[in-house]
Design a protein around this ligand. Structure first.
Ligand SMILES: Cc1cc2nc3c(=O)[nH]c(=O)nc-3n(C[C@H](O)[C@H](O)[C@H](O)COP(=O)(O)OP(=O)(O)OC[C@H]3O[C@@H](n4cnc5c(N)ncnc54)[C@H](O)[C@@H]3O)c2cc1C
Length: 499
């Protein structure tokens, strides 16, 4: 079955960035369609966020400097100004007054947390499960909003364009193909974790927004800057992997190698609280030299400070007293679809917000707990800017040929191959040779996918196509960019497995 609908604003993705964009467009009186692969608010990186959301206290200049320092001096100062200056009012308006997020308090005052590379305590949090306490009420609020229509378990397959302008998207759920025409379309599709064999991200993070935007000619930038979190639980099975928040090191946990030696003071003056890229490389190097790295949490009461993480450790039979084995895993993409200060891409009618967008805030390396904040601030800005335009119906590609017979093995096998290529060539350290070989193979794979995509529409095939496009953008950018921040080129790759 196929249907056609129209809306003022189409938002693709229901993490913090998409929800914020939908809210602000609806506040302007617009009709909003919010399309999401998720069936539940928790199935997003936002829902999985642990440590919290950074805010500005009485330290705006220092906060800006911390972001710029963490980025290896590459963050865009204008974007950083917007983020830091607007943080308190947007958090107050959306998260506190509208959604009543129960941020932790002490003596009636917010209990601000500390994280790596922040020079002061400025992280608002709800235990170590901040994301779900933000996103559940956000999703519920929008479900009850009369101007917002949510299509869950629905995937945007491709953008509709005419004369270099985006007019909406083709969306598929389990039994319907929908053409949704929109005055403006906002991509809020999150990250790219599923392109890697080991990632902290949920499985929906297949790079769709970046792939779709790139296919209609939108510019991308900073795609080399893939951030690896230094402390994921070191599971052999990627499905068992979970994140141990930076907040744990903020509370005093230290990293020890296989010889029980604390090593971070040898790598950086801030030791365990050094920027993420520094800690990730150190953990990777110590793992290859000494076999293992673990997080020693014996200096404080881990179970009562981080009850959710303690429960996760118990589920995975981790003996906390012996230390939590950790390894780096893909975590965040600092680059993405190029946008301006209002989230506008380089293509008319198309916006991008959140992790799929490149605002310039993160430069070559993101400061902890600024991802949620960026999604919130740019989501609100983009929703405001995109509001007030009516949809135009234009000609669309044929969407009636959903083919459930697409061989599962084809998409599964190609996806696994992409993960192997990207994990090997665009890990914590990279070589130009590997990156060039990777591009050649990715181009071949993309050619095969395109041949299928001409005749069939299905979620798995379009995710695969977006993954291939995004993987090409990453490997190409990485081969053309000098080492900085979380992108490090070396002469020969570390033979140790890179998670
Ligand atoms: C485990 C973990 C912990 C983290 N902890 C923190 C933290 O403490 N603080 C912090 O600031 N940041 C943290 N981050 C980073 C931060 O959570 C993310 O960068 C941020 O939430 C991204 O928000 P988003 O709205 O851009 O994307 P997401 O929250 O990932 O949402 C993306 C949405 O897009 C949908 N989608 C994707 N493709 C399509 C498509 N084709 N059609 C329809 N829908 C689509 C998905 O279903 C999902 O709803 C963490 C990340 C992870 C993974």
């Amino acid at each position: 079955m196929s249907t056609t609908e129209s809306t003022n604003v189409l938002v693709i993705g229901s993490g913090i960035a998409g929800c914020a964009a939908a809210l602000s467009a609806a506040r302007n009186g617009d009709n909003v369609a919010l399309v999401t692969k998720a069936t539940h608010a928790d199935e997003t990186s936002t829902g999985w966020a642990q440590g919290g959301i950074a805010t500005t206290r009485h330290d705006a200049d220092q906060f800006k400097q911390d972001i710029i320092d963490a980025s290896d001096n590459t963050a865009d100062p204008n974007a950083v100004d917007i983020l830091v200056n607007e943080a308190p009012s947007v958090i107050e308006d959306v998260l506190i007054e509208t959604l009543d997020v129960p941020f932790d308090k002490e003596n009636d005052e917010f209990a601000y947390g500390q994280e790596a590379a922040h020079s002061t305590r400025r992280i608002l949090h709800v235990g170590a499960s901040t994301g779900k306490h933000i996103l559940r009420p956000f999703f519920e609020y929008l479900q009850n909003h009369q101007s917002v229509r949510i299509y869950d378990d629905s995937t945007a397959l491709e953008l509709i364009t005419e004369h270099d302008t985006v007019h909406g998207a083709i969306v598929e759920d389990s039994n319907t193909s929908r053409v949704i025409f929109a005055g403006n379309t906002i991509l809020a599709t999150g990250g790219i974790g599923t392109l890697y064999p080991y990632s902290t991200n949920p499985s929906a993070a297949t790079g769709d927004g970046i792939g779709m935007a790139s296919l209609v000619g939108a510019q991308t930038a900073d795609m080399a800057f893939v951030q690896f979190h230094p402390t994921a639980y070191a599971a052999d099975d990627p499905d068992e992997l979970f994140l141990i928040s930076e907040a744990v090191r903020g509370e005093g946990a230290v990293l020890r190698n296989g010889n029980d030696v604390r090593f971070m003071p040898d790598y950086h003056v801030d030791a365990e609280l050094a920027p993420r890229d520094v800690v990730a490389r150190a953990v990777s190097s110590e793992r290859s030299q000494t076999g293992t790295v673990y997080l020693d949490v014996s200096s404080f009461d881990f179970e009562s400070t981080f009850p959710d993480l303690a429960a996760k450790c118990e589920q995975h039979d981790v003996d906390i007293d012996a230390g939590i084995p950790v390894a780096p895993a893909q975590h965040f993409l600092c680059g993405g679809v190029v946008v301006d200060t209002h989230g506008r891409t380089t293509v008319d009618g198309l916006y991008a917000v959140g992790e799929c967008a490149r605002t310039g805030v993160h430069g070559a390396n993101r400061l902890a707990s600024t991802g949620l904040l960026e999604g919130l601030v740019w989501g609100v800005r983009a929703g405001n800017d995109a509001a007030g335009k009516s949809a135009t119906a234009v000609e669309t590609p044929d969407v009636t040929t959903i083919d459930p017979q697409l061989p599962d093995q084809f998409t599964d096998a190609k996806f696994k191959r992409i993960q192997q290529i990207v994990g090997r060539s665009a890990g914590i350290t990279r070589t130009r040779d590997d990156l060039q070989n990777a591009q050649a193979e990715l181009r071949r794979i993309k050619g095969e996918i395109d041949a299928y995509a001409r005749t069939r529409t299905s979620r798995s095939l379009y995710e695969l196509r977006n993954a291939a496009v995004t993987a090409l953008l990453i490997t190409q950018a990485a081969s053309e960019t000098d080492s900085v921040g979380c992108h490090q080129l070396v002469e020969s790759a570390d033979p140790a497995p890179q998670m």
